[in-house]
Ligand binder design. Structure first.
Ligand code: NAD
Length: 253
């Protein structure tokens, strides 16, 4: 039956940036769909763990700093030591630094590109190697952005990284689709999380943004739940290299 294809029972999912915001929402959604979830974060994921465990779900916390390339192997080793296999990777961790392009330092530029792009590639590569070794195939979902399609304002490194995530998603899908690995992305619109605190605190910008969202409200972590479960499930086995907007209609304007 079709709904069975959306079930993630027996799957092990790794979500980066699991302690808060969209990452937390996606951990809960994947667990509700039946997956065992390993949440990667620099800080403890107490809230995420309790949201999952209260529904009888299974959650393991993996403390790691994704600004460091050596974290990639440590994360994979930890997950494999606990669960023995892995099926799903959600590359969600990301940072945004707001500054006029004219004043952005090389250090800040590199910080954003490193976490939002370089680490997405290195994590995807390590997980794809593992999926191939397991002979199981697997799922990779990258978190893109409206700035994968648009320029944004005062966030040149962020826009560059998220535009590249859309291209990387296509490039990896082209190479790995034949190996049973689905690489796709979700482009959230304007969501009420820490990522947009500064924006939402700016009354004028917040008003302009809200006025332009056809759905008439900012998004929430729950809004990405359906898309992530779908892309991580058997129901999306023939979906490759696509970036799904979950944006309240923003891109349709
Ligand atoms: P958030 O700031 O609440 O979450 C960011 C997550 O990344 C946190 O869990 C944080 O701990 C983690 N993180 C940051 N640096 C890390 C590091 N060095 N190592 C490990 N983890 C690290 O904001 P969010 O909105 O939940 O963002 C999640 C993703 O969604 C990001 O990639 C963001 O760019 C993207 N996004 C957000 C919006 C939005 O409107 N909120 C829109 C489009 C895309």
């Amino acid at each position: 039956m079709i709904l069975d294809d959306f079930s993630l029972k027996g799957k092990v999912a790794v979500v980066t940036g699991a302690n808060t915001g969209l990452g937390q929402g996606m951990c809960v959604a994947l667990a509700q769909a039946g997956a065992t979830v390993a949440g990667v974060a620099r800080r403890e994921c107490t809230e995420t763990a309790s949201l999952i465990q209260k529904d009888g779900g299974e959650f393991t916390e993996v403390l790691a700093d994704l600004s460091k390339p050596e974290s990639v192997d440590l994360i994979l080793e930890k997950v494999l030591s606990v669960y023995g296999h892995v099926d799903i990777l959600v590359n969600n961790a990301g940072i945004i630094l707001r500054e006029d392009a004219i004043n952005v330092t090389a250090e800040d530029w590199n910080k954003v590109i490193n976490l939002n792009l370089n680490m997405v590639f290195l994590m995807s590569q390590a997980f794809a190697r593992q999926y191939i070794e397991q002979g199981t195939g697997g799922k990779i979902v990258n978190i893109a952005s409206m700035t994968s399609f648009q320029g944004g304002i005062r966030i040149p490194a962020y826009t560059s990284s998220k535009s590249a995530v859309l291209g990387l998603t296509r490039a990896l899908a082209n190479e790995w689709a034949s190996k049973g690995i689905n690489v796709n992305a979700i482009a959230p619109g304007y969501m009420a999380t820490n990522n947009t605190t500064q924006l939402r605190d700016d009354e004028k910008r917040a008003g302009e943004i809200l006025e332009r969202i056809p759905a008439g409200r900012w998004g929430t972590p729950q809004d990405v739940a359906g898309a992530v479960v779908f892309l991580c499930s058997k129901a999306a086995d023939y979906v490759h290299g696509f970036t799904v907007a979950v944006d309240g209609g923003w891109l349709a304007r």
